[in-house]
Design a protein around this ligand. Structure first.
Ligand code: MN
Length: 495
């Protein structure tokens, strides 16, 4: 999943008006900036310098080249000089990759004693970028504008964050989600128009019978299971009854069989995300719990009860967060702790919470599950660390898809839950419980979400904008009256 396989093209706009000497300097300066971005640790993708574009034909050719370059996740554009923007109309109209407008200039200070018309022929970003910005707005193009000197830490970090989002969008365009069984019967929010999702976002969702998965599980060899058991015993605190020689060791072996069978099935089909449905597990002895937790940690997206939208979102966020501290998991608002000091939310699922959000070494245990009518499932147990997190839910509103996001203060869980052995997170939603929950419910927000402690609010906003997805943000600034107004205005905007 290394993002270094992806390219972000650095494209500088100019024109022939200033003569070849100026253009040589433009190219040299651009190369230096591209090189600097490429070697910045905060930008995880390859920044690739491209020759200066000076005519409408060169711009159009560059844009179609970017469209066709599989590894190109987007372009950075910068106007070193003026670049009359009618030249950009055709190219930008056809560009299918996200783009970032870097509004910078090569030098920092005005050289007061030296500045002359030669300097001014070369350093025109202050007005050149505004001419370019007009045509982007006139074309109603979604893009990210980052302003500041190219060596500024905040500029680098914004470009880096954005490049992660563009990588996620590239992932979603070719993402394949496997659904074992269909949607949980009668549940509404996990449904949605899969054809429309493919048209808008590129992802495909394939249904498979659980029997296909069981067949893949049957093909797993005892040696493969042995290898996984050694991995478990090295990586986790495995409870004695599940360990080799323990009286319930067979249950752990069965869980390993699920994990390996699932992984083989997904990899053979090119699937990076999947869903299960506990109503439909014919031929399986155990619900997939630990196996799902392990696969999520390895980067696969997951959604419970047929929730393909959340599965796709979890996978996409994992790509965006690749190599960053903090994890990303499938999540559900589980239950509340209501006390005077403020209501807190226990987030979990009956089994499938990703180990990437674990604050401690997970314990592996086996317990009864009063749902699904199967053998006791193995699961790993842990809690999330303190920090800022986000819950993002994805709904089909009939005429459009909507994201709702809530910023969370994730807190330490002070109490153990000896009789509810599930992996969990615990948070105070922003701005406060009453506002957050009412806003979420007015927005029609799902009970499932992609929970992340690795991404920033700006990245979630950029993600929605890049995909032309409606986003309702619930954070410190949220006020219910304004929030309802935003929903009403969006009804018009997305009509
Ligand atoms: Mn659920």
């Amino acid at each position: 999943m290394s993002l270094k396989n992806y390219e972000l093209w650095f494209v500088t706009g100019s024109q022939h008006l200033y003569g070849p000497k100026t253009l040589e300097q433009v190219a040299a300066n651009s190369q230096e900036i591209a090189q600097h971005l490429n070697t910045s640790a905060e930008i995880p993708v390859n920044v690739v310098f491209k020759p200066t574009v000076k005519t409408a034909d060169e711009i159009s050719a560059m844009c179609s080249e970017a469209n066709n370059a599989e590894n190109c996740i987007g372009i950075i554009t910068w106007m070193h000089t003026f670049s009359p923007s009618k030249m950009w109309i055709n190219g930008l109209s056809n560009l299918q990759k996200p783009f970032l407008h870097l509004h910078t200039q090569f030098g920092t200070e005005i050289p007061w004693d030296e500045i002359d018309m030669n300097y001014m022929n070369l350093n025109q970003a202050a007005h050149g970028c505004r001419e370019y910005g007009f045509i982007c707005s006139r074309l109603r193009l979604a893009r990210k504008v980052v302003a500041g000197h190219w060596k500024d830490a905040s500029v680098i970090s914004q470009v880096g964050e954005w490049s992660r989002v563009a990588s996620g969008v590239a992932e979603m365009k070719q993402l394949k989600v496997a659904r074992f069984g269909d949607n949980m019967r009668n549940v509404a929010v996990t449904e949605g128009d899969k054809v429309e999702a493919q048209i808008q976002f590129g992802l495909t969702v394939d249904a498979w019978g659980v029997g296909d998965l069981v067949k893949a599980m049957d093909e797993v060899s005892e040696q493969d299971i042995d290898a996984l058991i050694s991995e478990y015993e090295a990586e986790y605190d495995v409870v004695a009854e599940l360990k080799s020689g323990g009286e319930r060791h067979d249950s752990l072996r069965y869980s390993a069989r699920i994990e390996k069978g699932l992984k083989n099935f997904l990899d053979a089909g090119g699937y990076k995300a999947f869903t299960t449905n506990f109503e439909n597990l014919y031929g399986m002895k155990q619900l997939p719990g630990f196996a799902v937790q392990r696969l999520m940690k390895q980067g696969y997206g997951f959604g419970g009860e047929g929730d393909w939208k959340t599965a796709a979102l979890v996978r996409t966020f994992k790509v965006m967060a690749e190599g960053l501290p903090g994890g990303t998991s499938f999540m559900e608002d589980y239950t509340y702790h209501m006390e005077d000091g403020g209501v807190k939310v226990l987030g979990a699922h009956m089994l499938e919470v990703c180990e990437s959000i674990a604050a401690q070494k997970p314990r592996v245990e086996i317990h009864r599950l009063g749902i699904g009518g199967k053998d006791d499932p193995v699961r790993s147990l842990f809690t999330a660390p303190e920090g800022i997190g986000f819950n993002v839910a994805w709904m089909d509103m009939g005429n459009r898809f909507r994201l709702v996001c809530n910023e969370l203060q994730v807190e330490k869980m002070e109490n153990a839950m000896p009789k509810l052995p599930v992996a969990a997170a615990y948070w105070s939603p922003k701005p406060d419980f009453a506002t957050s929950a009412a806003a979420w419910i007015y927005a029609g927000g799902a009970h499932h979400s992609a929970f992340t402690m690795a991404l920033s609010k700006a990245q979630i906003e950029d993600f929605a904008e890049m995909l032309n997805l409606e986003l309702l943000m619930i954070d410190d600034k949220t006020e219910i009256g304004e929030f309802k107004k935003e929903i009403r205005l969006n009804e018009v905007f997305y009509k």
